[in-house]
Write a protein that binds this ligand. Structure first.
Ligand code: NAD
Ligand code: GLY
Length: 374
């Protein structure tokens, strides 16, 4: 088992990464201080892993809240069903909420933990690659609003993150690829050697080679933990973790939540950011090619969806959380392995970048088959 630490003073916590951690009773119990536990999961994950979690908590008072599965349910209405259970079962302030599932469950259970009685204990047990490398770490919790993704939420750190790589064995291929998008993100924004490692090892990741997956999760979490420790509430460099997200969130909200997976939208968003960086003269065509090639190799989409117009993109991007005093800041690339946050661009340059992103395959990816519909 690999143990990393998110260094946040008295709110520091461990990230455990390893095979079959869900069988380790002591590991979980040391992060459950009280008698009461609420496990929040969904109707896909609960049949697979809930029994194992309950077995580790046999001496506790456990309640469960099983939510419908899907990004389209990540909203205030579904969140309210968690409060219904918490209040209906009279769960007190010393309750621990366990988030068992992917990023949707982690974000919603996390927000419930942040807000119920002004804060109860939270343990994240992420079961998708995306949630193991990103969403379970760092304390961002939220639900969506029809007008904007993750717009209602709070920063709230868990007591521990338990990432059991064995849970990835049941993950569909499309979800695995979506997780790889966030893995590639760390290489692009701040870790060139990791990007190079991914170029060499993408096939192993797609074949679910255990060692390769563990390495990718460890390096990703290490990167995330460093960034979060330096800037927990995103007043500066944490925004770099949003590479591709401003474009991606527009795709998710614009097409309707759940049409494209979050990781798929981020993948295309990173290609769009690369194109825009190239147009600003910051990176060369070769860097765009490397970025889009690796993303395509992970079976992820690389071009913007045709059914989302430039006007829709611009409109949806304008409600991004990186808008400050009416100015949209974007995360763009100065090099592969070096991202910056910037408002140093003109509206025309943004429009041109979006325009080019519809045709990215034609322009620079002529050696690759365009990604099909997702
Ligand atoms: P998800 O939670 O929807 O999970 C993907 C699918 O896989 C779901 O159908 C789920 O039921 C299923 N699943 C989960 N674990 C499984 C397993 N082990 N075996 C089989 N099926 C399994 O999606 P996700 O990609 O994990 O997370 C995306 C969400 O995370 C988005 O809402 C995004 O906004 C959020 N996010 C948050 C942060 C953050 O910092 N808080 C960071 C990145 C993404
Ligand atoms: N996923 C972006 C962040 O945690 O800041």
């Amino acid at each position: 088992m690999i143990t990393l630490n998110v260094d946040l003073g008295e709110r520091s916590y461990p990230i455990y990464i390893g095979d079959n951690l869900l069988g380790d009773k002591k590991l979980l119990q040391q992060h459950v201080p009280g008698r009461n536990v609420l496990i929040v999961s969904n109707e896909t994950v609960a049949p697979l892993y809930l029994e194992q979690i309950l077995a580790m908590l046999e001496d506790k008072h456990t309640e469960t809240c099983i939510l419908p599965d899907g990004e389209e349910f990540k909203n205030l209405e579904t969140l309210n069903t968690i409060y219904d259970v918490l209040l209906g079962r009279k769960l007190d302030r010393n309750t621990t909420i366990i988030a068992l599932g992917g990023g949707v469950i982690g974000d919603m259970a996390g927000f419930a933990a942040a807000s119920y009685q002004r804060g109860v204990h939270l343990v994240q047990i992420p079961t998708t690659l995306l949630s193991q490398v990103d969403s379970s770490v760092g304390g961002k919790t939220a639900v969506n609003h029809p007008l904007g993704k993750n717009m209602i939420g709070a920063f709230y750190q868990p007591k521990a993150v338990i990432a059991d790589t064995a849970t990835l064995n049941t993950l569909p291929d499309r979800e695995l690829s979506a997780g790889i998008a966030e893995v590639i993100k760390y290489g692009l924004i701040r870790d060139l050697p990791f990007f190079e490692w991914l170029e060499q090892n993408m096939d192993k990741l797609l074949q679910r080679d255990t060692q390769a997956l563990e390495h990718a999760i460890e390096v990703s979490c290490r990167n995330k933990a460093e960034v979060v420790a330096a800037d927990e509430k995103e007043s500066g460099q944490r925004a770099l973790l949003n590479l591709g997200h401003t474009f991606g969130h527009a795709i998710e909200a614009g097409l309707g939540y759940g049409q494209w997976l979050h990781g798929e939208a981020v993948a295309t968003g990173m290609c769009m950011a690369a194109i825009m960086s190239q147009q600003l003269g910051w990176i060369n065509t070769e860097a765009v090619k490397r970025t889009t090639s690796l993303i395509a190799q992970a079976n992820l989409p690389i071009h913007a969806p045709n059914d989302l117009s430039i006007e829709q993109f611009i409109d949806l991007m304008s409600v991004d959380k990186k808008v400050m005093d009416g100015v949209l800041r974007l995360v763009l690339l100065k090099a592969v392995g070096h991202a910056v946050i910037t408002d140093d661009y003109t509206p025309d340059q943004l429009i041109t970048a979006i325009q080019c992103s519809y045709a990215i395959c034609v322009i620079i990816m002529d050696h690759l088959a365009p990604y099909g519909s997702v």
